[in-house]
Design a protein. Structure first.
Length: 256
C-alpha cells in the first residue's frame, strides 16, 4: 500500500474486537502501517471505560507497530508513569484534564446523566495555570517518548499555543471522546488549519492528528486542512474487510 502523501493512517483499537485483539492487530499489520492508536478511558473524564497499562504492555509484546496512547483520564499526572513503563511510544494528554483548574462541561448541569451519555465533553475556554501541563509534557519527553496534546471539540486551539515547542503531536478531536462511530464535527477543520499553519510558521515539525468520524469522505477534507495523522476506528474495524477499508482510506487521501 504505497503512501505518496506521507499521511499516516492510525487504526484505533477502540473499534476492534477486544475478544480477538491480537487477531485484529495481526490483520492490519499487513496494511503497511506505522502506528496503532490506543484509547485509554477512565469513566470519569469521558463516559466510558476501556483499557489500562496491562493491555498496552501486551500490545507492545505482540506488535512492532508504535503505540499512540491517548489518555482520556482525569488524573494523567498520577498515571503517566504506568503507560511509559508499559511501553507507550507516544503519550497524548488532554489540555482539559491537565492544563486548567477551572473546567466547564455538561456534567456541571446534569451530573448523574451526562456523565454516562455520548455527545458531551469537557471544554476549557481559558488557561489559568500552564505549569502542570508543561511539567507533564516535559516528563514524557524526559522518558524518551513523544509528547502529544489533545483538544476536545469545545476547546479553542489557541490555548495550545504556549506548549507548541514541547509537542511532537497535537490531536484535534473531531467528535466528543468516549464512544466510537460518531459523526464528524465540521468545526474541527478550522482548528486543523490553525494548528498546521501556526506550526509551519514557527518552523515546527509537529504531527497534526485528528480523531473522530474519519472515513473515505472526511479523510481528504482533514488532510487538506493540514492533518497528517488520521485516527480511524469504525471505518476500519467496522468494515467486513479491514484491509480493504484501509486501502480505500489510503486511495481517498492520495486522490484528493
Amino acid at each position: 500500500m504505497p503512501n505518496p502523501s506521507g499521511v499516516q493512517i492510525v487504526p484505533s483499537l477502540l473499534s476492534a474486537d477486544f475478544m480477538n485483539l491480537q487477531r485484529d492487530v495481526r490483520l492490519i499489520e499487513h496494511g503497511e502501517l506505522e502506528w496503532l492508536h490506543v484509547d485509554v478511558m477512565d469513566g470519569h473524564f469521558v463516559p466510558n471505560m476501556t483499557v489500562g497499562p496491562p493491555v498496552v504492555r501486551a500490545l507492545k509484546r505482540i506488535s512492532s507497530l508504535s503505540l499512540d496512547v491517548h489518555l482520556m483520564i482525569d488524573n494523567p499526572a498520577e498515571q503517566l508513569d504506568w503507560y511509559l513503563e508499559a511501553g507507550a511510544d507516544l503519550v497524548c494528554v488532554h489540555l482539559e484534564s491537565a492544563g486548567s483548574s477551572e473546567r466547564t462541561d455538561a456534567r456541571a448541569a446534569r451530573p448523574a446523566r451526562a456523565a454516562r451519555a455520548a455527545g458531551f465533553s469537557v471544554s476549557v475556554t481559558e488557561l489559568y495555570d500552564p505549569e502542570p501541563l508543561a511539567g507533564l509534557l516535559g516528563r514524557i519527553r524526559a522518558a524518551g517518548r513523544l509528547a502529544g496534546l489533545a483538544l476536545n471539540p469545545g476547546t479553542p486551539a489557541e490555548l495550545a499555543l504556549p506548549f507548541f515547542n514541547q509537542l511532537d503531536l497535537l490531536l484535534v478531536m473531531s467528535v466528543h471522546p468516549g464512544f466510537g462511530g460518531q459523526t464528524f464535527i465540521e468545526t474541527a477543520l478550522e482548528k486543523l488549519r490553525f494548528v498546521s499553519r501556526t506550526a509551519a510558521a514557527q518552523g515546527l515539525e509537529m504531527m497534526v492528528e485528528v480523531d473522530g468520524g474519519i472515513n473515505a469522505a472526511t479523510a481528504p477534507q482533514v488532510v487538506a486542512a493540514g492533518a497528517n495523522m488520521l485516527v480511524a476506528g469504525n471505518a476500519i474495524f467496522g468494515a467486513a474487510n479491514p484491509l480493504a477499508a484501509l486501502a480505500g482510506l489510503r486511495a481517498a487521501i492520495d486522490g484528493q
